[in-house]
Design a protein around this ligand. Sequence first.
Ligand code: PRP
Ligand code: URA
Length: 208
Amino acid sequence: MGGVVELNHVIVKHYVTVLRSKETSTPEFRHALETLGSFLAKEMTCELALRESPVETPITSAMGFQISEKVGIVPILRAGLALVRPFRELIPNACVLHLGMYRNEETAQPVAYYNKLAESPEVETAFLVDPMLATGGSAVAAINELRRAGVEQIVFGCVIAAPEGIAVVRQKFPEVKIVACSIDEGLNDINYIVPGLGDAGDRYFGTV
Ligand code: PRP
Ligand code: URA
Protein backbone atom coordinates (compact mmCIF):
# COMPACT_ATOMS: atom_id res chain seq x y z
CA MET A 1 0.00 0.00 0.00
CA GLY A 2 1.47 3.40 0.99
CA GLY A 3 1.35 6.49 -1.19
CA VAL A 4 -0.48 9.79 -0.99
CA VAL A 5 -3.81 10.52 -2.68
CA GLU A 6 -5.32 13.99 -2.99
CA LEU A 7 -8.99 13.76 -3.94
CA ASN A 8 -9.92 15.54 -7.15
CA HIS A 9 -13.69 15.93 -7.31
CA VAL A 10 -15.80 19.03 -7.87
CA ILE A 11 -17.94 18.36 -4.78
CA VAL A 12 -14.79 17.95 -2.66
CA LYS A 13 -13.42 21.28 -3.92
CA HIS A 14 -16.77 22.94 -3.17
CA TYR A 15 -17.04 21.69 0.43
CA VAL A 16 -13.36 22.29 1.23
CA THR A 17 -14.02 25.93 0.31
CA VAL A 18 -17.09 25.98 2.60
CA LEU A 19 -14.88 24.70 5.43
CA ARG A 20 -12.18 27.29 4.77
CA SER A 21 -14.49 30.31 4.87
CA LYS A 22 -14.46 32.16 8.17
CA GLU A 23 -18.10 33.09 7.43
CA THR A 24 -19.25 29.42 7.60
CA SER A 25 -21.55 28.71 10.57
CA THR A 26 -21.16 25.68 12.83
CA PRO A 27 -24.12 23.78 11.24
CA GLU A 28 -22.74 24.46 7.74
CA PHE A 29 -19.25 23.45 8.85
CA ARG A 30 -20.59 20.20 10.34
CA HIS A 31 -22.49 19.36 7.14
CA ALA A 32 -19.48 20.12 4.90
CA LEU A 33 -17.06 18.09 7.04
CA GLU A 34 -19.33 15.04 7.20
CA THR A 35 -19.98 15.26 3.45
CA LEU A 36 -16.24 15.24 2.80
CA GLY A 37 -16.00 12.26 5.16
CA SER A 38 -18.04 10.18 2.74
CA PHE A 39 -15.61 10.97 -0.11
CA LEU A 40 -12.69 9.99 2.13
CA ALA A 41 -14.49 6.79 3.15
CA LYS A 42 -15.07 5.75 -0.48
CA GLU A 43 -11.43 6.29 -1.43
CA MET A 44 -9.93 4.80 1.73
CA THR A 45 -11.98 1.59 1.55
CA CYS A 46 -11.28 0.88 -2.11
CA GLU A 47 -8.57 -1.71 -1.45
CA LEU A 48 -10.33 -3.80 1.23
CA ALA A 49 -10.07 -7.53 0.66
CA LEU A 50 -13.13 -9.34 -0.68
CA ARG A 51 -14.11 -12.98 -0.65
CA GLU A 52 -16.34 -14.56 -3.24
CA SER A 53 -19.89 -15.04 -2.00
CA PRO A 54 -22.51 -16.76 -4.18
CA VAL A 55 -25.87 -15.01 -4.32
CA GLU A 56 -29.34 -15.98 -5.53
CA THR A 57 -30.97 -13.17 -7.49
CA PRO A 58 -34.71 -13.34 -8.36
CA ILE A 59 -33.51 -14.50 -11.80
CA THR A 60 -30.58 -16.87 -11.28
CA SER A 61 -27.48 -17.75 -9.25
CA ALA A 62 -24.51 -15.41 -9.50
CA MET A 63 -21.12 -14.91 -7.93
CA GLY A 64 -20.94 -11.93 -5.58
CA PHE A 65 -18.51 -10.56 -3.00
CA GLN A 66 -18.29 -9.78 0.70
CA ILE A 67 -15.74 -7.73 2.63
CA SER A 68 -13.50 -10.31 4.26
CA GLU A 69 -11.46 -8.12 6.65
CA LYS A 70 -12.15 -7.06 10.20
CA VAL A 71 -12.31 -3.29 9.97
CA GLY A 72 -11.80 -0.66 12.64
CA ILE A 73 -12.58 3.03 12.34
CA VAL A 74 -10.18 5.01 14.53
CA PRO A 75 -11.06 8.67 15.07
CA ILE A 76 -8.53 10.92 16.77
CA LEU A 77 -10.63 12.90 19.28
CA ARG A 78 -12.09 15.33 19.16
CA ALA A 79 -12.29 16.41 15.55
CA GLY A 80 -11.94 12.89 14.12
CA LEU A 81 -15.40 12.09 15.48
CA ALA A 82 -16.82 14.12 12.59
CA LEU A 83 -15.60 11.47 10.13
CA VAL A 84 -16.93 8.31 11.80
CA ARG A 85 -20.52 8.29 10.52
CA PRO A 86 -19.61 8.20 6.78
CA PHE A 87 -17.42 5.13 7.37
CA ARG A 88 -20.10 3.36 9.43
CA GLU A 89 -22.60 3.94 6.65
CA LEU A 90 -20.33 2.03 4.25
CA ILE A 91 -19.23 -0.66 6.72
CA PRO A 92 -21.89 -0.93 9.45
CA ASN A 93 -20.22 -3.79 11.31
CA ALA A 94 -16.85 -2.02 11.65
CA CYS A 95 -15.88 -1.28 15.24
CA VAL A 96 -15.01 2.24 16.37
CA LEU A 97 -11.85 2.58 18.46
CA HIS A 98 -11.40 6.03 19.97
CA LEU A 99 -8.02 7.68 20.51
CA GLY A 100 -8.02 10.91 22.49
CA MET A 101 -5.22 13.41 21.73
CA TYR A 102 -4.81 17.16 21.79
CA ARG A 103 -1.90 19.35 20.78
CA ASN A 104 -0.10 21.23 23.51
CA GLU A 105 -0.64 24.84 22.40
CA GLU A 106 2.95 25.91 23.05
CA THR A 107 4.91 22.89 21.81
CA ALA A 108 2.41 21.45 19.27
CA GLN A 109 3.27 18.03 20.71
CA PRO A 110 0.37 15.57 21.00
CA VAL A 111 -0.90 14.75 24.48
CA ALA A 112 -2.72 11.41 24.68
CA TYR A 113 -5.68 11.24 27.09
CA TYR A 114 -7.81 8.29 25.95
CA ASN A 115 -7.13 4.96 24.25
CA LYS A 116 -9.70 2.27 23.48
CA LEU A 117 -7.39 0.17 21.26
CA ALA A 118 -6.73 -2.50 23.87
CA GLU A 119 -10.33 -3.56 23.43
CA SER A 120 -9.99 -3.90 19.67
CA PRO A 121 -11.43 -7.16 18.42
CA GLU A 122 -8.41 -8.13 16.28
CA VAL A 123 -8.78 -5.43 13.68
CA GLU A 124 -6.97 -6.21 10.41
CA THR A 125 -7.41 -2.85 8.69
CA ALA A 126 -7.76 0.44 10.56
CA PHE A 127 -9.06 3.63 8.98
CA LEU A 128 -7.43 6.34 11.07
CA VAL A 129 -9.27 9.63 10.64
CA ASP A 130 -8.67 13.23 11.66
CA PRO A 131 -9.68 16.31 9.65
CA MET A 132 -6.21 17.89 10.02
CA LEU A 133 -2.67 16.65 9.39
CA ALA A 134 -0.45 19.57 10.45
CA THR A 135 2.97 18.76 11.97
CA GLY A 136 2.11 15.06 11.83
CA GLY A 137 2.71 14.61 15.57
CA SER A 138 -0.82 13.38 16.34
CA ALA A 139 -0.94 11.04 13.34
CA VAL A 140 2.46 9.50 14.17
CA ALA A 141 1.48 9.00 17.83
CA ALA A 142 -1.80 7.38 16.76
CA ILE A 143 -0.09 5.07 14.23
CA ASN A 144 2.41 4.04 16.92
CA GLU A 145 -0.52 3.07 19.16
CA LEU A 146 -2.14 1.08 16.34
CA ARG A 147 1.11 -0.76 15.65
CA ARG A 148 1.46 -1.53 19.38
CA ALA A 149 -2.07 -2.94 19.30
CA GLY A 150 -1.01 -5.23 16.42
CA VAL A 151 -2.99 -3.67 13.57
CA GLU A 152 -1.35 -4.55 10.24
CA GLN A 153 -2.99 -2.35 7.65
CA ILE A 154 -3.48 1.34 8.38
CA VAL A 155 -4.93 3.97 6.07
CA PHE A 156 -4.85 7.57 7.27
CA GLY A 157 -7.51 10.01 6.05
CA CYS A 158 -7.77 13.75 6.58
CA VAL A 159 -9.49 16.71 5.00
CA ILE A 160 -6.55 19.15 4.98
CA ALA A 161 -2.92 18.03 5.00
CA ALA A 162 0.24 20.12 5.29
CA PRO A 163 3.24 18.89 3.25
CA GLU A 164 5.28 18.92 6.49
CA GLY A 165 2.88 16.46 8.17
CA ILE A 166 2.76 14.23 5.10
CA ALA A 167 6.58 14.09 5.02
CA VAL A 168 6.80 13.14 8.71
CA VAL A 169 4.25 10.32 8.39
CA ARG A 170 5.79 9.06 5.13
CA GLN A 171 9.27 9.05 6.65
CA LYS A 172 8.23 7.03 9.72
CA PHE A 173 5.54 4.86 8.12
CA PRO A 174 6.03 4.66 4.33
CA GLU A 175 3.59 1.74 4.18
CA VAL A 176 0.65 3.84 5.47
CA LYS A 177 -1.48 5.28 2.69
CA ILE A 178 -2.54 8.91 3.20
CA VAL A 179 -5.74 10.24 1.64
CA ALA A 180 -6.47 13.99 1.80
CA CYS A 181 -9.15 16.23 0.33
CA SER A 182 -6.58 19.03 -0.04
CA ILE A 183 -2.83 19.31 0.36
CA ASP A 184 -2.23 22.90 1.45
CA GLU A 185 0.77 25.22 1.28
CA GLY A 186 2.32 24.58 4.67
CA LEU A 187 2.40 25.55 8.34
CA ASN A 188 2.62 29.01 9.89
CA ASP A 189 4.80 29.95 12.87
CA ILE A 190 2.26 28.53 15.35
CA ASN A 191 1.89 25.26 13.41
CA TYR A 192 -1.52 25.99 11.91
CA ILE A 193 -2.12 24.96 8.31
CA VAL A 194 -2.06 27.73 5.65
CA PRO A 195 -4.52 28.52 4.15
CA GLY A 196 -6.24 25.78 6.19
CA LEU A 197 -9.52 26.32 7.96
CA GLY A 198 -8.53 27.29 11.51
CA ASP A 199 -9.22 24.93 14.40
CA ALA A 200 -11.27 22.02 13.07
CA GLY A 201 -12.47 20.72 16.45
CA ASP A 202 -13.58 24.14 17.69
CA ARG A 203 -15.42 24.94 14.48
CA TYR A 204 -17.11 21.51 14.25
CA PHE A 205 -18.22 21.47 17.90
CA GLY A 206 -19.02 25.20 18.12
CA THR A 207 -16.48 25.88 20.86
CA VAL A 208 -14.70 28.76 19.11
C1 PRP B 1 -6.00 19.00 15.87
C2 PRP B 1 -6.38 18.04 14.77
C3 PRP B 1 -5.34 16.96 14.90
C4 PRP B 1 -4.11 17.75 15.29
C5 PRP B 1 -3.26 17.93 14.06
O1 PRP B 1 -6.42 18.53 17.09
O2 PRP B 1 -7.71 17.58 14.86
O3 PRP B 1 -5.64 15.98 15.86
O4 PRP B 1 -4.58 19.02 15.78
O5 PRP B 1 -2.06 18.57 14.39
P1 PRP B 1 -0.64 17.86 14.31
O6 PRP B 1 -0.58 17.18 12.97
O7 PRP B 1 0.31 19.00 14.43
O8 PRP B 1 -0.53 16.89 15.44
P2 PRP B 1 -6.42 19.44 18.41
O9 PRP B 1 -5.16 19.30 19.14
O10 PRP B 1 -6.83 20.85 18.04
O11 PRP B 1 -7.55 18.75 19.31
P3 PRP B 1 -9.15 18.71 19.14
O12 PRP B 1 -9.47 17.80 17.98
O13 PRP B 1 -9.61 18.18 20.44
O14 PRP B 1 -9.63 20.13 18.88
N1 URA C 1 -5.21 21.59 14.07
C1 URA C 1 -6.23 22.29 13.52
O1 URA C 1 -7.40 22.12 13.90
N2 URA C 1 -5.92 23.18 12.55
C2 URA C 1 -4.68 23.39 12.11
O2 URA C 1 -4.47 24.21 11.21
C3 URA C 1 -3.64 22.64 12.69
C4 URA C 1 -3.94 21.73 13.66
